[in-house]
Structure formats: structure tokens, C-alpha cells
Write a protein that binds this ligand. Structure first.
Ligand SMILES: [Zn+2]
Length: 251
């Protein structure tokens, strides 16, 4: 029986990376690590060691340290004071914040694309939509989740805006981790919604494309079940404690 996404271990992720070329650059290692997250081979909270990564990529620990530093800056890896590194494990609250930013950015991305649709080659995007349909038809859930996430990165790449591309890549990696933690099912984005967005872009109808993207993101957020449990944070506890101190002092 195939392991479920949640059952895959960090060793699967590392062995997947091992298949790649030896002696790689920091950029390609970073891309490969992000790919392992997009393919849900790197579970949230997984512990990574410099030794294991340096051996997987056949590079020095100094190179790995720089990659870890960069991905930690982006919040995708978390460095602990004891030197250990973990794959991020976004809380429900953080996942909600990620979705707020996606709702701000992605409708604008599709508006940009609609405004220059006449100059865009849609062949790759159309092929991607066919791949999504095939994975859905074949019941290949692992590929479907990866492909539906990649669709959003395809869109941003078509804008050619490097700042947006970097931002969306980081956001998407964190969203993938949140999906593993909180999604109700693992069927990827709702069926047909990507196709409707692309159709509106092709028609150069930016307003419809933006509205369709917004409701698509709302559907994704609903599937994430971010409101299911009360979200407790140490900052809230400290605020509560502070208020309690203040009321005791007054009495
Ligand atoms: Zn989607």
C-alpha cells in the first residue's frame, strides 16, 4: 500500500533530493528543498541536519549552512537555539495570515496577466491544466496536490515580476505545509476553478479573473479548516496575564 502524504518521512524527502545532480549550487539546493516541500515529501516539523543535507547534495556543510540561513529567513525552515533545524510547522493563526496575503496578491497577479494576455504564450499553462485533469482522473492525489499548488506558481511566473515570483514561492511553500497540517482532504484545489480563471485571463477580463481567484482562495481557506480549534498563543496568554496583574493591582 502506498504511504499517505502524512506518513512520508523526511528520509523520503532526502532520498528524493539524492537523485539530483552532485555538487550543486546554493540556488539549486534551495530549489530542490522547496520542490520536496511542494511535493509533500518534507513533512512540517521534520528535523534536518547539516550532515544529512550535505551528504544528500554532496556539498560542504558551509554551503548547506548558507541554504539553511536563507530558508530560515523566509520562515520555511526554523533554526532552534540548540542548533537543530526543523521544517516550519505553521500554526493555524499563521496559516490564516498567509491566506490574507494570498488574497491581496493573487487577484492582482491575474489582473496583470489579463492586461497583457495578448502577449502571453499559454501553451505551458494549458498543458499543466491537462496534467491536473489527468491526475484527478487517475486518482493520483500526491501529484494532484503538487500540480494544483504549482498552478499558482505558473501564473506568477508569467508576470515576469521577480519580486512577486520570490514572494509567491515562499508563500506557496508555507501554504503546502499548512495544507499537510490542516486540510480536510488532500484533493488539491477545487475542480475546474483553475480552468475558469485561465479562461477569464485569456478573454482579457481582469475583473472576472480577479473575482474568480478570490473565491478560489476562499474555497482553499475553507478546506484548510483554520477555524476548527481555538487558536491559543503565548502572546495572548501574556496579554491576559498582564490584564490580570493590572486588575489585581487595582483591587
Ligand atoms: Zn488553486
Amino acid at each position: 500500500m502506498m504511504p499517505t502524504v502524512a506518513q512520508r518521512s523526511v528520509s523520503d524527502g532526502i532520498s528524493c533530493m539524492r537523485k539530483s545532480q552532485r555538487g550543486q549550487s546554493e540556488q539549486s539546493i534551495q530549489t530542490r528543498l522547496l520542490q520536496a516541500i511542494f511535493e509533500q515529501r518534507m513533512p512540517p516539523g521534520a528535523r534536518l541536519t547539516e550532515e544529512a543535507l550535505a551528504s544528500a547534495f554532496d556539498v560542504s556543510r558551509t554551503t548547506i549552512r548558507q541554504v539553511i540561513a536563507r530558508l530560515s529567513q523566509d520562515g520555511i525552515l526554523v533554526k532552534l537555539p540548540n542548533g537543530a533545524t526543523h521544517v516550519a510547522s505553521p500554526s493555524r493563526h499563521e496559516a490564516q495570515q498567509l491566506m490574507v496575503v494570498r488574497r491581496m496578491i493573487e487577484p492582482e497577479i491575474v489582473k496583470i496577466l489579463a492586461s497583457k494576455a495578448a502577449d502571453i504564450c499559454f501553451d505551458e499553462l494549458s498543458a499543466h491544466l491537462n496534467d491536473e485533469d489527468r491526475a484527478r482522473r487517475d486518482g493520483d492525489r500526491g501529484s494532484l496536490v503538487r500540480l494544483t499548488g504549482e498552478f499558482h506558481l505558473h501564473l506568477v511566473r508569467l508576470t515576469g515580476n521577480q519580486v512577486l515570483i520570490r514572494l509567491m514561492t515562499e508563500l506557496q511553500a508555507l501554504v503546502c505545509l499548512a495544507i499537510l497540517l490542516y486540510a480536510n482532504g488532500d484533493d488539491g484545489c477545487p475542480v475546474q476553478e483553475h480552468r475558469r480563471i485561465v479562461t477569464a485571463i485569456k478573454k482579457q477580463d481582469g475583473a472576472s479573473a480577479a473575482n474568480l481567484m478570490l473565491s478560489h482562495l476562499e474555497h482553499i481557506e475553507r478546506d484548510l479548516k483554520l477555524d476548527e480549534k481555538p487558536v491559543l498563543h503565548i502572546s495572548e496568554a501574556l496579554t491576559w496575564l498582564g490584564q490580570r496583574e493590572a486588575s489585581l493591582a487595582r483591587s
